[in-house]
Design a protein around this ligand. Structure first.
Ligand code: NAP
Length: 259
């Protein structure tokens, strides 16, 4: 299927690795020119070069922390007018509900709620003026089914989800869609570090920890960044123009719910 977005321009935040990279590669596969971002310049440049060579699309890079005002300003200066925005950043640390003070919550809200909102506010007006745009926010399955150890993530992503629910309906008439993609467990550095932490606290091997975790998934494995990216590219497609304000789980069916 031709997604009809060849020649469009996308900003994909936090995209040198993992799910952000998966989204960037899937968009590049559809002929979309990219602006990529991450804090670490070396991995970012390596990813950009691999995508240029594999897909033949223009790729610009901005090494910056997207969760800071300075970082966002640097990214927006290079991005200019984009047609597609993929919001992403690292997830908050795990812990227990009694661990977190105001500063921890402010940091989580900055990273996983206020940063995507700021980028939507910066870029969606231009999309509306041009009559076409796509925003995909990478959130988490924790929005549908809370992960108790990730209380900071549960809280911040719920706030973004509420903002998107209303805003997506206010901008849809201009040809701009905003949707959220909710990853379950995917084979990335993030899930590997959570497995290592949980294995240590239980006194078991990392491979046993992973085996226990994936046994609870109906598909029986972690998702891949490629699978996740394909869902993102579809939400950015011409064909997805009537999908507005939705929360799409990509989790192998792990959230056990009828709707
Ligand atoms: P990952 O494999 O650790 O990759 C994170 C990417 O984001 C890297 O490219 C990293 O590069 C970049 N990044 C992190 N913080 C950044 C910042 N402040 N500014 C700019 N770039 C930043 O993580 P992932 O698994 O792809 O997860 C992506 C998001 O999905 C996270 O919010 C995570 O909580 C959420 N999520 C993941 C899963 C999963 O199973 N993987 C499940 C649910 C939710 P630098 O470190 O160089 O900046």
């Amino acid at each position: 299927m031709d997604f009809g977005i060849g020649g469009k321009r996308a900003l994909v935040c936090a995209s040198s690795k993992g799910l952000g990279r998966g989204c960037a590669e899937a968009l590049a596969g559809e002929g979309v020119a990219l602006v990529l971002n991450a804090r670490g310049a070396a991995a970012l440049e390596a990813t950009a070069q691999e995508i240029r060579e594999r897909f033949g699309v223009p790729v610009e890079t901005v090494a910056a922390d997207i969760t800071t005002a300075e970082g966002r300003a640097a990214v927006l200066a290079v991005a200019g007018e984009v047609d597609i925005l993929v919001n992403n950043a690292g997830g908050p640390p795990p812990g227990v509900w009694t661990d977190w003070d105001r500063d921890d919550f402010i940091a989580a809200l900055d990273a996983n709620m206020l940063t995507p909102i700021a980028l939507i506010q910066a870029l969606v007006p231009g999309m509306m003026a041009r009559g076409w745009g796509r925003v995909v926010n990478i959130t988490s399955r924790a929005v549908k089914a809370p992960l108790p150890a990730l209380g900071l993530s549960n809280s911040a992503r719920a706030g973004l989800t509420g903002f998107v629910a209303g805003t997506s309906r206010q901008v849809a008439r201009s040809g701009v869609t905003i949707n959220n993609l909710l990853p379950g467990s995917h084979d990335t550095d993030r899930i590997r570090s959570l497995d290592a932490r949980n294995a240590e606290s239980k006194g078991i091997s990392v491979s046993d920890q992973k085996a226990q975790r994936v046994a609870a998934n109906p598909v029986g494995r972690d998702g891949t960044a490629e699978e996740f990216g394909a869902a993102c590219a579809f939400l950015c497609s011409r064909q997805a123009a009537f999908i507005v304000g939705q929360n799409l789980l990509v989790d192998g069916g792990e959230v056990n719910a009828t709707l």
